[in-house]
Design a protein around this ligand. Structure first.
Ligand code: GTP
Ligand code: MG
Length: 308
C-alpha cells in the first residue's frame, strides 16, 4: 500500500480499493436507489464469465441494497477479444457498483466518488494511470416521476471527472420495463426529448451520450443486452489501448535505436519495455505500427546495428 493511501482523508464510508495497478479501467454504474445497478452488473458479470456478484437489494425491502462504493475486479480476459482488436496483458477492468445517487444534493455523490478515486487510485487521474472508461447511468422507467435532481447528479459526477470523460462514453439506460405501466413508451420518449435531450443533441459526436433500453428477457438475452450497453465504453477503451500499445512499441524501438548503451542499463530497460510489450497481443497491425526493423544485436555491452 502506498503511503498516500494510508492517510485518512474524510469520514467516508467507502473502503479504499487496495491493489490498484497502472492502466486499470473503471466502468462506473450509477443511478437512483433501486434503479437496478447491482442487477445490471450481475448480468454483465455473467456475460463476461465472472463468478463474482454484486449484492442486489430485494425489491420489497426498505433497507438493503448497495451502501458503499463497491469495486468488482474482473479478472477474466477472454471476453474482451470479442470486442476489442487489441488487448494488453496488464489491463484490468473494474466495474464499480455504487449506492443510489443522493437526490437531495447532487454534488454529494460526485464528491464521494472523487474522494474514493483519490484514495484508491493515488496519482494523476490520467490516461496512463487509470482510465474511467465510462459511466452507465440507470433510470428506472417504472417510476411515475422523473426527478430532475437525478440528472443534476449525473452532470455533477461527469464534471468531477472533467475532460477525462466525454459524453460519448456515458450510456443512459432505462431499466425495469417489466414493472412499468402502459404509458412506458411515452415515458421513454419524454426522457429522451425533455430530460436527456441536451446530452443527445450536440453537434460534436464526442459529446453525444448513448441511450439503451435494458428490457427483461431470458438470462441470456439480458446478458447480451448488458454487453451491448457497455459497447460505447469499450470503443473508448480500445482507442486507449491502441495508444498504449503504440507508446510501448515506440519505447522498444527507441531502445533498439539507442547506441552505446551500457549493458546492464540496456538489459534493465529492455526487459521493462518488453515485459509490457509481451503483454500486447491481438492484431498489432491494426494499430498501423510495425517494428520496422533491422537486425540488431547487443555485442560486448553495446547495441550495434548489424544490417538493415
Ligand atoms: N425484472 C427486473 N428486475 C430488476 C431489474 N433491475 C433490478 N431489478 C430488481 O429490482 C430490485 C433492486 O435492484 P438492485 O439491482 O438491487 O438495485 P440498485 O440500483 O442496485 O439499488 P441500490 O443498491 O439500493 O441503490 C432487485 O430485486 C432486482 O432483482 C431489471 O432490469 N429487471
Ligand atoms: Mg445496488
Amino acid at each position: 500500500m502506498s503511503p498516500e493511501k494510508d492517510k485518512p482523508t474524510s469520514a467516508s464510508p467507502d473502503p479504499t480499493f487496495d491493489g490498484d495497478m497502472e492502466r486499470d479501467i473503471l466502468i462506473l454504474v450509477v443511478g437512483d436507489a433501486g434503479a437496478g445497478k447491482s442487477y445490471f452488473i450481475n448480468r454483465l458479470l455473467s456475460a463476461i464469465g465472472s463468478e463474482k456478484e454484486a449484492s442486489e437489494g430485494h425489491k420489497l425491502a426498505i433497507e438493503g441494497g448497495t451502501r458503499t462504493i463497491e469495486p468488482i475486479l474482473i479478472e477474466e480476459k477472454d471476453w474482451l477479444k470479442r470486442y476489442i482488436r487489441i488487448t494488453m496483458g496488464q489491463q484490468r477492468f473494474i466495474v464499480v457498483d455504487t449506492p443510489g445517487l443522493d437526490v437531495t444534493n447532487p454534488t454529494t455523490t460526485a464528491q464521494r466518488f472523487a474522494d474514493w478515486m483519490k484514495r484508491s487510485f493515488p496519482g494523476p487521474l490520467d490516461h496512463a494511470h487509470v482510465l474511467v472508461g465510462g459511466v452507465v447511468y440507470l433510470h428506472d422507467i417504472s417510476q411515475s416521476r422523473i426527478r430532475k435532481m437525478t440528472h443534476l447528479n449525473l452532470l455533477a459526477l461527469r464534471n468531477s471527472l472533467g475532460e477525462h470523460l466525454p459524453w460519448s462514453s456515458v450510456v443512459l439506460v432505462t431499466t425495469k420495463w417489466k414493472y412499468a405501466d402502459e404509458k412506458v413508451n411515452a415515458k421513454a420518449a419524454e426522457l429522451r426529448e425533455e430530460h436527456w435531450n441536451l446530452l443527445l443533441k450536440s453537434g460534436d459526436p464526442n459529446e453525444v451520450a448513448n441511450v439503451r433500453d435494458f428490457k427483461a428477457g431470458t438470462p441470456k438475452e439480458e446478458e447480451a443486452a448488458a454487453l451491448d450497453i457497455i459497447q460505447p465504453i469499450l470503443k473508448r477503451v480500445e482507442v486507449w489501448m491502441e495508444r498504449g500499445a503504440m507508446e510501448t512499441l515506440q519505447q522498444v524501438q527507441g531502445l533498439f535505436q539507442g547506441m552505446h548503451v551500457k549493458n546492464q542499463l540496456f538489459t534493465q530497460q529492455l526487459s521493462g519495455a518488453l515485459e509490457k510489450a509481451v503483454g500486447i497481443h491481438g492484431q498489432i497491425s491494426a494499430v498501423g505500427v510495425r517494428l520496422q526493423g533491422s537486425r540488431r544485436q547487443c555485442v560486448g555491452g553495446r547495441v550495434e546495428t548489424t544490417g538493415e
